[in-house]
Design a protein around this ligand. Structure first.
Ligand code: PMP
Length: 314
C-alpha cells in the first residue's frame, strides 16, 4: 500500500497539500492513542464516485467520539461535505477515507482533557487490504495467542486508536509466523474477530457470526453481509462461535471496509473446506460487488453519490 495519488488532506476545516498535513511530535494521541477514527470506502458507480453507507459510518464515528469524551467540533453533515470535497479535490473515482478525531498537543499527562480536539480526514486509493487477488484466492490465518480485550476494559464497539495496539500485537505475531491474518479469541475463549475484520462461517448452507457479546467492533460490512445473505435466502445465526467451529466449517470469510469480503482458506494449517473460496462466500461477494458498484437498485440507498454524473472527473 502507498498513498500514491493523494494530493490533499482536510484538517480542522481547511485543505492542505499532502506533504504539509503535519502534526507536532508532542501530540497526545501519538503517545497514548487518544483518538477515534473511521474507515469508509467510496466506490466507482455509473453515477460517479459514491460513499458506501456514509450515514452509518458517521453515526459510528460520533458514537466512538462520545464514548471517549471527544466533542467533535464539526457536525456529521459538515464532515460528509468535507469528505465529498476532499474526494473531488483529489480527483478520485474510488478511494478509502479515514476521518480521525484526536487529542492534539498541549501537555503530556495521560489525562487528555486539556489537549485540543483535532479532526483530520485522509483519502487515498486503496485496493482490498489483503491485495486484489485475496478476494478471489483467499488468505491464511492463525488463531492468535493474543486475546481480544474485553469490552469491560475498553468499549470494543467504539473505534478508538489506542485499542489497535491489541490488533497490532496479533497481526504482527501472525505475519511473523507466515500467516496473512490473525483471528483473536475473547477472554472466555470464544471467537472475537480478526485484527480489523469481522468473521463469518458457513456450515451446511447456513451462515454464522457473532456480536458485541464477544467484544467485537460491530462492522458496517458485517451488517451489510447479514442483510445481503438474508435477502439471498440464507439463514444467518448470530451466536458465540468456538475456534473448533472455524476449523470444522465448510467456508470462512472475513468482512471489513478495508478488506471487503475475503475468504479464509486455511486456519493454523488446517484447510477450510476444499481450501478455495467457497460457493456461498463467492455468491455473497459477487452480490456485494454488484451493490457497491451501484448495479442493484434495491440497495441504491446504501450509496451516496459524491459528484453529479456530469461532474465525474475524466
Ligand atoms: N473489527 C475491527 C476491529 C475493525 O477495525 C474493523 C474495521 N473497521 C472491522 C471489524 C470491520 O468493520 P467495518 O466493516 O465497519 O469496516
Amino acid at each position: 500500500m502507498s498513498f500514491a495519488g493523494a494530493k490533499w488532506v482536510w484538517m480542522n476545516g481547511a485543505f492542505f497539500p499532502w506533504n504539509d498535513a503535519n502534526i507536532h511530535v508532542s501530540t497526545h494521541a501519538l503517545h497514548y492513542g487518544s483518538g477515534v477514527f473511521e474507515g469508509i470506502r467510496c466506490y466507482n458507480t455509473a453515477d460517479g464516485p459514491a460513499l458506501f453507507r456514509i450515514a452509518e459510518h458517521l453515526e459510528r464515528f460520533m458514537y466512538s467520539a462520545r464514548t471517549h469524551s471527544l466533542a467533535i467540533p464539526f457536525a456529521p453533515d459538515q464532515i460528509e461535505a468535507a469528505i465529498s470535497e476532499l474526494i473531488c479535490r483529489n480527483g478520485f473515482k474510488s478511494c478509502y477515507i479515514r476521518p480521525l478525531c484526536y487529542r492534539g498537543s498541549r501537555e503530556l499527562t495521560v489525562n487528555p482533557r486539556r489537549c485540543p480536539i483535532e479532526l483530520a480526514i485522509l483519502a487515498w486509493p486503496w485496493e482490498p487490504l489483503h491485495g486484489s487477488s485475496s478476494v478471489q484466492s483467499g488468505i491464511r490465518a492463525c488463531i492468535s495467542p493474543w486475546k481480544k480485550f474485553h469490552s469491560s476494559m475498553m468499549p470494543a464497539t467504539a473505534k478508538a486508536s489506542g485499542q489497535y495496539v491489541n490488533s497490532i500485537l496479533a497481526i504482527d505475531d501472525a505475519v511473523e509466523k507466515g500467516y496473512d491474518e490473525a483471528i483473536l479469541l475473547d477472554v472466555d475463549g470464544f471467537v472475537a474477530e480478526a485484527a480489523a475484520e469481522n468473521l463469518f462461517l458457513v456450515r451446511n448452507g447456513a451462515l454464522f457470526t457473532n456480536d458485541e457479546k464477544n467484544s467485537i467492533l460491530l462492522g458496517i460490512t458485517r451488517d451489510s453481509i447479514i442483510q445481503i445473505a438474508r435477502n439471498l435466502g440464507y439463514t444467518v445465526t448470530i451466536a458465540p462461535l468456538r475456534a473448533a467451529d472455524i476449523t470444522s466449517a465448510d467456508e470462512v470469510f472475513l468482512t471489513g471496509t478495508a478488506a471487503e469480503v475475503v475468504p479464509v482458506c486455511d486456519v493454523d494449517n488446517t484447510r477450510i473446506g476444499n481450501g478455495e473460496c467457497g460457493r456461498i462466500t463467492r455468491r455473497i461477494q459477487e452480490q456485494f460487488t454488484r451493490i457497491v458498484s451501484g448495479q442493484d437498485a434495491a440497495y441504491r440507498h446504501w450509496l451516496q453519490p459524491v459528484y453529479r454524473a456530469s461532474e465525474v472527473p475524466a
